[in-house]
Structure formats: structure tokens, C-alpha cells
Design a protein. Structure first.
Length: 147
């Protein structure tokens, strides 16, 4: 049980620690979408890695990559959300953005349990990776420059 707690600790710590430098990087980028997609690719790799892991050290490495990837993607998405709305709507937009993140994590936990029960852990993590890949494509298409 303590090892599971360490996985959550590493993921959360690296997510938090990476947000400051990635926020600075995001502010200097002309196209934040690149950072978002790079973060999503890291999240996809982490999910696949979790599904293939058999030793605690492997899970820890993937948890660190997941935390860093979430910090990269979510910091840049937050900046994009803030830019997309008027200053008077930013609080509402950011609240909705954070609610969507946590709703997605909750839905993932609830739905992947059923997948893992019917199949196995590898299938559950691979399924999560495919879902992130699909939504990465949707994100990229929705934010593409239409001009």
C-alpha cells in the first residue's frame, strides 16, 4: 500500500514542480498547442508504460513522466483557456477547466475499473492511452488556425 502512495506522491510532486518552469516556457512560446500535444504524448506514453510495468521502479518512472507530462499539458491548456475568454469571464472559464480535469479523472477511474475487471490492467491502460490520443487529435483540430 505504501508503494501505491509513493506513485501518487511522485506523480503529484513532479506535476506541481514542473508547472512553474513549464508556465514560463509556455509564456515564451508562440504556439502553446505544441506544448499541450507534447504533454499529451507523455501522458499516452505513461499509460502504455504503466500497462507494461511489472516492477515498482518501472511504475515510479512512469508516474514521474505522467506528472511532468500533466504539468506541461495542463499549464499550457490553462493559459489557452485564459486567453480565449474576456477578462471578466476568466474565473468562470478556469473553474470550468479545472472541473473538467477532475471530472475526467473521476470518469477514468470509474470506467477503467470495469475495463480492468473484464480484461486486465494492460488493456485498461492501453484503452486510456487511446482515449487520450483521440482527444489530443480533437484538441489539435479544434484549436487549429482556421485562416
Amino acid at each position: 500500500m505504501s508503494q501505491i502512495g509513493l506513485l501518487f506522491f511522485y506523480q503529484g510532486m513532479f506535476n506541481a514542480l514542473s508547472r512553474f518552469p513549464f508556465g514560463i516556457l509556455s509564456d515564451r512560446m508562440s504556439d502553446r498547442r505544441i506544448l499541450v500535444v507534447a504533454g499529451f504524448i507523455g501522458i499516452i506514453a505513461s499509460n502504455i508504460g504503466f500497462g507494461m510495468s511489472a516492477r515498482v521502479i518501472h511504475f515510479m518512472m512512469w508516474a514521474i513522466l505522467l506528472g511532468i507530462s500533466m504539468g506541461l499539458a495542463f499549464t499550457s491548456v490553462g493559459a489557452l483557456v485564459a486567453e480565449a475568454v474576456s477578462p471578466g469571464q476568466r474565473g468562470l472559464a478556469m473553474g470550468g477547466y479545472n472541473a473538467a480535469i477532475f471530472f475526467g479523472m473521476m470518469m477514468s477511474s470509474a470506467s477503467m475499473g470495469a475495463v480492468i475487471e473484464k480484461a486486465d490492467f494492460s488493456t485498461g491502460f492501453f484503452t486510456a492511452a487511446v482515449i487520450v490520443l483521440i482527444f489530443s487529435g480533437v484538441f489539435y483540430l479544434l484549436t487549429a488556425d482556421k485562416s
